[in-house]
Design a protein around this ligand. Structure first.
Ligand SMILES: [Fe+2]
Ligand SMILES: [Fe+2]
Length: 365
């Protein structure tokens, strides 16, 4: 199964009317530093990967994926028609932005994994990436169904062709995808727990799917944890600087992106700053299974720089909207500020972490 067979393009079902219908195709096409990206890699390098140092844990993880615990989870009996349409306009816009950005992330994983499965000759890699593509295809398809119920489904064939593909070496794919799977788990479970405690805030039924859904993301992250642990040089020497970089890049991107959706978070009863630091804490705890270091996100200097980076990125956006020479100056000033505050956080000393003998974890958050 791959992305192209598993996901249907928008069908001809009559769509309910949505005033001020957003152009979701323009939204997914619009590429910024913060938008989810599509990746490509050196597929031949996957052939040389050897999972024998973690074989026992690997086989147990694959067996769990083959058993497909979420096979029936994404089959829905109810349609979500009329729900997005009834939200007040500011919440509707931010919720659609959240769905479109989540769909793009899920689908970018699907495309990358399907391509990895297709191109590699390594049987372990082929099996793993087929299983991962199966799950991401379901996830992307499910979000798209929710959008289609509001008449704004995305043509995934179009998305495949319209997005730019960024080349990353396999090791960089592993660092960043490991983190995006684990942070995906942490994000979904934090929202799910919040709404379990405050069901009156659940403004769309899709949130009820998040618990089992995020267990898929957790399992996907486990696969990349094992791949990284199978090759110790990826986690030692100069590569530790890359680990630090990816941790910070993923956290900073999430912080800036989430703060652009204040109404959405308010509706869920969440403060974006508290929510993001909760997610960072979960992600830091999980990533002790694989990373020899962790960022101290509770350090007041880290938090101060993160807020300044956010302010700088808001200046970049304001400059873009303003245009002209003044806008360009504002944008350039913002870019310098963002780079400076990113570097400040990067240079804070991380905490060292002793890697556990056993890699795998259970999703217990
Ligand atoms: Fe997913
Ligand atoms: Fe995933």
């Amino acid at each position: 199964m791959n992305a192209h067979t598993a996901i249907r393009t928008p069908d001809a079902a009559p769509a309910p009317a949505l005033a001020d219908k957003p152009d979701v195709h323009a939204m997914v096409q619009h590429e910024t530093v913060l938008s989810p990206r599509f990746y490509t890699t050196d597929f031949a390098a996957l052939d040389a990967i050897d999972v024998s140092p973690v074989r026992e844990e690997w086989d147990a993880m694959i067996a769990e994926m083959v058993s497909d615990p979420n096979k029936l989870h994404f089959k829905r009996e109810v349609r979500f028609e009329g729900i997005i349409e009834q939200l007040e306009p500011a919440l509707r816009a931010e919720f659609i932005d959240f769905l479109v950005s989540s769909l793009t992330s899920e689908f970018s994983g699907c495309i990358l994994y399907a391509e990895m499965a297709r191109r590699t000759k390594n049987p372990d890699m082929k099996q793993l990436f087929k299983l991962l593509a199966r799950d991401e295809s379901r996830h992307a398809g499910f979000i798209n169904e929710a959008l289609k119920d509001a008449g704004i489904g995305i043509d995934l064939g179009f998305l495949t062709k319209a997005k730019k593909y960024h080349y990353f070496k396999p090791k960089f794919i592993f660092y960043s995808v490991y983190l995006s799977e684990k942070i995906g788990y942490a994000r979904y479970i934090a929202i799910y727990r919040q709404l379990a405690a405050h069901p009156e805030l659940r403004f769309h039924p899709i949130f009820q799917w998040f618990e089992s859904w995020c267990n898929d993301e957790f399992r996907h992250g486990e696969a990349f944890a094992l791949l990284l642990r199978a090759d110790p040089k990826l986690l030692t020497g100069l590569n530790k600087l890359w680990v630090r970089f990816f941790l910070l890049a993923v956290y900073a991107t999430m912080y800036v992106r989430d703060h652009a959706r204040p109404v959405f978070h308010r509706a869920l009863g969440l403060d974006p700053t508290e929510y993001d630091y909760r997610v960072f804490t979960i992600c830091t705890q999980i990533s002790r299974q694989v990373f020899p270091l962790e960022l101290d996100t509770d350090d007041p200097r880290f938090r101060r720089s993160m807020d300044r980076l956010l302010a700088a990125s808001q200046r970049i956006e304001a400059g873009k909207r303003r245009g002209g020479i003044a806008g360009t100056l504002q944008r350039v000033g913002g870019m310098i500020g963002a780079g400076l505050h990113f570097a400040r956080m990067y240079l804070l000393r991380p905490r060292r972490n002793e890697l556990p003998a056993k890699v795998r974890l259970q999703p217990a958050w």
